[in-house]
Design a protein around this ligand. Sequence first.
Ligand SMILES: Cc1ncc(COP(=O)(O)O)c(C=O)c1O
Length: 434
Amino acid sequence: MYFYGTTGVNKDGHLEIGGVDAVELAKNFGTPLYVYDVALIRERARGFKQTFEQQNVRAQVAYASKAFSTVAMVQLAEEEGLSLDVVSGGELYTAITAGFPPEKIHFHGNNKSREELEMAVDQKIGCIVVDNFYEMELLKAICLEKQVKTNILLRVTPGIEAHTHDYILTGQEDSKFGFDLQNGQAENALTAALPFEHFNVLGIHCHIGSQIFETTGFILAAQKIVEKLAEWKERIGFESEVLNLGGGFGIRYTKEDEPIPPSQYVSEIIKEVKKLAGEYLLKMPEIWIEPGRSLVGDAGITLYQVGASKDVPGVRKYLAVDGGMSDNIRPALYQAKYEAVFANRPLAQASETVSIAGKCCESGDMLIWDLPLPEQEDEDILAVFCTGAYGYSMANNYNRIPRPAVVFVENGKATLVVKRETYEDLVRYDLPLK
Ligand SMILES: Cc1ncc(COP(=O)(O)O)c(C=O)c1O
């Protein structure tokens, strides 16, 4: 049995998280319920930040809020001294509503609208990560109209795609994001941006993938970009103040996953960038990173009430819960895998293998295949681990299922941070035919 962060078993034999009994949480707040271990989020944030600080490297650790964006989460990110990566007007609005300092917000996205860019410029956010030529022209027009100067990074695709243990080197990357580094697009973008007096080009950004367990991909990306930076210094006179290597640091969803600690990613990245800056006689850039799942993923648990079961003799047994792809679409979307226990008896011996089905009207709505569990009893609450990233943020109202509540737990205290949706919420924006 693997327990994350403050998760463990209390004296009643129940699952406990943040010093709070998970069965009590289900009783008090209902199910499905997203529960976050705040201490673990703080520990992860400090893990990233302290490594930069200990090595005296100027850095920003920007929480990629797409992983889980709510007012309380953004406020927690601020408490921990993180910057914030947003990718839409909605995430930006959430950050501003939470009172997050605008100068620490970075705005991503491959198709930001005029309205979103204007909002970012009006809020004087820290920087806009320009993704393509269309956006560059739009942002130039906005900055001219408003007579303001904006910090920008240029997003490049360095020709490295990294996934878990594999990374693929490609001449040109087939991606909807960013300016290609190899074919001259990135240089064209730079030379289009530099003379524009309402831009301050801070540096270069890349994001090579997700759930990455090795540092090789980040190191290769840094090498390719720094090589180019050296060329650009020589030919264009541009020196990058910032090198943003994105997010994608892997976490443990199941026993097959063996992530390395945040400090190791950071240390190896720092070592490589220092070496490259020395070799190419470049000023050491500030290093920015954008962890999403590695800050909040394993801090989240979803609690479900177990309901119907169906035995297909000789084939499999299905056990259905009161949520599913409406609160966690990752298994259906990309075959994501999870582990789970009964929160009311996490240490009970498994006696059968069951597959956990959601309640949506979709045969693909399966949360976990082939999970060893004790035989089901009426009061069972299923706790699915590691649902903190891209769970709530991808939740939806398929089958008109209201989205669950979110609770933060820390030091024995549970705080409701997102209310459960109601049926009234579901029809709030519907208008009658007549
Ligand atoms: C630009 C960018 N930065 C950061 C992230 C966060 O990735 P992760 O949650 O895997 O750390 C993403 C994820 O898609 C991204 O696109």
